[in-house]
Design a protein around this ligand. Structure first.
Ligand code: UDP
Length: 375
């Protein structure tokens, strides 16, 4: 009998498994995929660490989380500075002086601020949705060219029907700074995320290709307690209805040339281009292999966003009001499952970044492992 069965070997599961083992507990980790690391999984393709389930750029303001991760990986100095391609016009992201200069020809921060002020006048009162929030942050021109098309492709919904908070993830700056994140610490683990998670799971039993929900009773009988990081609605057989998720389909291509787009991420912000962005994975590690040699080929991924349907991989929870209410109902059921702890992006139906997932797993671990020792 294990103390813990951890369902899912992504960051939440791996952090808890590591902590439980460190506290002398026995742990079994299972994952329905053939690989560990959940959506942060990377694999080597043509010498490049390929982010198979979408690009992951670690960034955080949480010193505790940053220090914690250093025991599992060394991070490189990658700084995310995506480029937006609107019908062939290129703009710097996030919204900063380079963007404003290209959009309006303004040169000083005062001129840029005045442009935004003038354009945001159309919004009076508290922004009620993503469209109003975006216009009040950067004005209508930027909304139309760099936000509207991308967001509607990404979420499959009108910007008026999306919550304002999604766009607040992006910084707006009156300085020349293309760093996408307002974060003290940022980088990509040298050797890839899979290596980092492998280090977290060192010495822990892991069974791959095991679908928990298919053999729930049998697996539950193996452990005192379960840490479940899959979708909360799937756990309950969708009995209250489906929570909505966005899924992503990747079209990957290896190209026999060293440089396709000159940047890790290019966002296609018009409505007509069917993909949302193209990732060129080698630039997360400056186009070099682990010995510092230039890589002759490149691998790119076009990302197509779609509404999740049963059988697809869920990526993004759709945190609007309707889904929030349904999640609250599922949460009540989850609270009644005394043997199970629900965690992570899917278990908590939250648009968590990696650092927030780690912080949440650490917090839960502290609570859970201390409590056990008191008994
Ligand atoms: N967004 C946008 N234009 C861009 C990039 C992002 O309008 O070029 C908006 C879009 O609504 C997106 C949100 O900002 O959903 C958050 O973007 P982020 O890059 O944080 O999303 P993620 O990397 O998690 O997919």
């Amino acid at each position: 009998m294990y103390d813990y069965l951890v369902v899912g070997s992504g960051l939440y599961g791996a952090v808890f498994a590591y902590e439980a083992k460190a506290h002398g507990k026995s742990v079994l980790v299972i994952d329905k995929r053939k690989n560990i690391a959940g959506n942060v999984y990377t694999e080597k393709v043509e010498g490049i660490n390929f982010h198979k389930y979408g690009a992951h750029i670690f960034h955080t303001n949480n010193t505790e989380v940053w220090n914690y991760l250093q025991q599992f990986a060394t991070f490189n100095r990658f700084t995310n500075s995506p480029v937006a391609n609107y019908k062939g016009e290129l703009y710097s992201l996030p919204f900063n002086m380079y963007t404003f200069n290209k959009m309006w020809g303004v040169v000083t921060p005062e001129e840029a601020a005045a442009k935004i002020e003038e354009q945001k006048k159309e919004i009076t009162g508290e922004p009620k949705n993503l469209e109003e929030q975006a216009i009040s942050l950067v004005g209508r021109d930027i909304y139309e060219k760099l936000i509207k098309g991308y967001t509607e492709k990404q979420w499959g919904r009108d910007c008026k029907e999306l919550p304002a908070f999604i766009i607040k993830r992006l910084p707006v700056r009156l300085i020349f700074d293309n760093n996408y994140f307002n974060a003290l610490y940022q980088g990509i683990p040298v050797g890839g995320y899979t290596m980092m998670v492998t280090n977290m799971l060192d010495g822990i039993e892991v069974r791959l290709g095991v679908d928990y929900l298919e053999k729930k009773n049998e697996l539950d009988a193996l452990a005192e307690k379960v840490i479940y990081t899959g979708p909360i609605d799937a756990y309950f057989g969708y009995k209250l209805g489906y929570l909505e998720y966005r899924s992503v389909r990747f079209e990957n291509e290896v190209l026999d040339k060293p440089n396709f787009q000159g940047n890790a991420a290019v966002n296609y912000t018009d409505r007509e281009t069917p993909w949302t962005r193209i990732i060129e994975h080698k630039w997360f590690e400056f186009g070099k292999d682990e010995n510092g040699n230039d890589l002759p080929k490149t691998i790119i991924s076009r990302e197509y966003s779609s509404e999740w349907k049963p059988g697809d991989e869920p990526y993004y929870p759709v945190n609007d009001e309707k889904n929030g209410k349904l999640y609250a109902e599922y949460k009540k059921l989850a609270d009644g499952e005394k043997k199970v702890i629900f965690g992570g992006r899917l278990g908590e139906y939250k648009y968590y970044d990696m650092d927030a997932v780690i912080a949440s797993a650490l917090e839960m671990s502290k609570r859970e492992l201390k409590q056990k020792e008191l008994i």
